[in-house]
Design a binder for this molecule. Structure first.
Ligand code: WT7
Length: 632
């Protein structure tokens, strides 16, 4: 507990120390973990490579810091409380002791299937405790997990399996999601037709629907753990051994596998969890994310469990069976810290305050927000109607690549300012740079957000392609990590994140590359060319607007639009489906053939004045035609 910040001056003091003596600072935090062998050196780094090592030569197993560590003093405390999709189905609670035994059993099961240190394991599962057990079992035996959000298509799944050459896939027969039942195992079977490396598929039985089991390859979860001992010797891992790969979208090409390693991620996820949320022993904490995203990794599984917290896992959706579901769960389990995304807040706001009325919500102490900028209106709604003007809001800015929260208020300590992520956490050295890469110092400045100094939770590479990591994050501004976000520092020195400055869009907190969606659209045989942009969307934050040039022979526009949507659903998943598709005769291009996205963004937004300079366009008339055909 000694690492907890308690006052604002304490925060400033810690921040100062973390900048002047970063190695001493992080060594002190890391000392509260159980290391099998202490590190020789805290940090080695070079942002040119990039080459970053934390806790060099330290030996550790992250699951011992979750399981053994809490077993003896609080083995009976709930680690995971699971709330099913259907409120009439009974939930489950796993204590730290039960979690320990379940993880050990499944670790043994994986080993029995020949999965070991360094092997890659894909987890494509619903939000059930077994998904967390699967992650921890991988970590325990030194296998590298890569969780794929179960809403991704079979083709997206196949791409990820192939990229990391996964040896095993952990999945379920089906998933429940609201009123829908999704045939997950069928998608896995489809994906495996396009892959060669998978030897084992372990299937958790959730929906009890009929599925196909391939002999010699597929095995039920319950059969795999049967007869497995419930203890297991944790593998000795190096601080810099890979813990997991998580695929995320960028501005170019296919999603890349962000690599996180063991020691630094462990220290950073726990430290940020305890401080940002001001978690106290006995509190019940709930993060509504899916484990398919980094938020689920760091703030449902690793951070909270390292801290000995009680973490709720919810299988369902915010509006099923009605728009009061979140609040019913908060009251049911007396949730103290609640962490969700602005898109969920806005979606619930649209249902008004009636669905909230039956609930007290008086257990809540802290509210969190993550995934996209939270607009002031949503902030106030959250603060007033959920927090009853009593709970601080932590607007947490971070990324898949950062591993943990970077800029955020410390709950109840940092004074809030709506829509501001406020100040950097200790250890986080921000820089705002202009287009030329010059750092903008002082207050009241706006520019691109960079980070000047390593932090323990940062990515180490992009899997299988280190140069891509260098190009994407360390080349735009040499010597600094570039986040891809625009930011403003106001006259108080508070930070407000303004959103992406690259070709990445953020739809309901899900990050997508416009190029990735265009590639999917272009898979349709009738499509000649396409351009995708984001536009402001009331609930989703950003919506997807696609301009498509097609061959309309034998097709109506309407049919074609439907087919294009299906193509995208197949290639990526329903989350990438455009909100608007406009069939266009041409795209605004410069003479050198570059699409002027600035213009397309303006049209999508519905702002036609001030189109900027269009004189370099090859065919300025096309802009008029696009405006005329704009989809409302
Ligand atoms: C991008 C990262 C971090 C976990 C979820 C998303 C945007 C994230 C905030 C926030 C404004 C935010 C940024 C960032 N973002 N949190 N509090 N305020 N923007 O992780 O998929 O890696 O996306 O999400 O644009 O770069 P991700």
């Amino acid at each position: 507990m000694s690492d907890r910040i308690h006052t604002l001056s304490g925060y400033f003091h810690e921040y100062q120390k973390s900048v002047t003596e970063p190695e001493q600072f992080w060594a002190r935090i890391a000392d509260s973990f159980h290391w099998k062998k202490r590190w020789d050196k805290v940090l080695e780094w070079d942002f040119e490579g990039p080459d970053v090592k934390w806790f060099v030569n330290g030996k550790v197993n992250i699951t011992e810091n979750i399981l053994e560590r809490h077993l003896f003093i609080m083995g009976d405390r709930p680690a995971i409380i699971w709330e099913p999709n259907d409120p009439n189905e009974e939930g489950r609670t796993l204590t730290y002791r039960q979690l320990y035994h379940e993880v050990c059993k499944f670790s043994n099961a994986l080993k029995a299937k020949g999965v070991g240190k360094g092997d890659k394991v894909i987890i494509y599962m619903p939000m059930v405790p077994e998904a967390a057990i699967a992650m921890l079992a991988c970590a325990r035996i030194g296998a590298v997990h890569s969780v794929v959000f179960a809403g991704f298509s079979s083709s997206a799944l196949a791409d990820r399996i192939n990229d990391c050459e996964a040896k095993a896939v952990l999945t379920s027969d089906g998933n429940f999601r609201g009123s829908k039942k999704i045939a997950v195992k069928d998608l896995v079977d489809e994906a495996l037709e396009k892959t060669k490396t998978v030897e084992t598929v372990i299937v958790y039985q959730r929906t009890e629907q009929d599925i196909n089991m391939v002999e010699g390859r597929d095995i039920w979860w319950h059969d795999a753990i049967q007869d497995q001992p419930d203890t297991n010797e944790a593998e000795v891992m190096d601080s810099e051994d890979m813990l997991f790969i998580l695929y995320t979208s960028g501005s170019t090409g296919k999603p890349k596998g962000v690599v996180h390693t063991t020691g630094g991620y462990m220290v950073y996820s726990k430290y940020t969890f305890e401080n940002v949320f001001q978690y106290s022993p006995g509190d019940v904490y709930w993060c509504t994310a899916d484990i398919g995203w980094i938020t689920g990794h760091s703030y449902i599984v690793y951070g909270p469990l390292l801290a000995g917290a009680t973490s709720i896992m919810f299988e369902g959706v915010p509006t099923y069976p009605d728009a009061g579901r979140f609040w019913a769960i908060v009251d049911k389990y007396q949730v103290n810290q609640f962490y969700t995304a602005p898109t969920a807040i806005r979606a619930l706001e649209a249902h008004g305050t009636k669905p909230i009325e039956p609930y007290k919500l008086d257990s809540l102490k802290v509210l969190g927000s993550v995934g996209e900028p939270i607009n002031e209106e949503a902030w106030h709604w959250y603060h007033t109607h959920i927090g009853k003007n009593r709970c601080p809001i932590v607007d947490t800015w971070w990324q898949t690549e950062t591993g943990g929260i970077m800029v955020s208020p410390i709950a109840g300590i940092t004074p809030n300012k709506p829509a501001y992520a406020t100040m950097p956490l200790p250890g986080v050295q921000l820089a705002i740079v202009d287009a030329e890469g010059k750092e903008l110092k002082g207050k009241a400045v706006e520019g691109n957000l960079c980070i000047k100094f390593p932090w323990p939770g940062m990515l180490r590479t992009t899997y299988g392609d280190h140069d891509r990591c260098k190009q994407t994050y360390f080349s735009a501004y040499p010597g600094m990590y570039f986040t891809g976000d625009g930011v403003k520092r106001d006259h108080d020195g508070y930070y407000r994140i303004l959103g992406r400055v690259d070709d990445v869009i953020n739809v309901s907190g899900h990050r997508m590359g416009t190029a990735e969606i265009e590639n999917a659209i272009n898979e349709h045989p009738k499509v000649i060319e396409s351009a995708v942009v984001g536009y402001p969307h009331e609930v989703k934050g950003q919506g997807i607007y696609a301009y498509v040039i097609c061959d309309l022979k034998n097709r109506t526009e309407e049919n074609l639009i439907g087919e294009i949507k299906d193509t995208i659903t197949k290639s990526i998943g329903p989350i990438a489906k455009p909100d608007k598709i406009q069939i266009v005769p041409g795209l605004p291009k410069t003479r050198s053939g570059k699409i002027m996205r600035r213009i397309l963004r303006k049209v999508a937004e519905g702002s036609f004045d001030n189109m900027g300079d269009t004189s370099t366009l090859l065919d300025p008339a096309v802009v008029e035609e696009i405006i005329e055909g704009r989809v409302e």
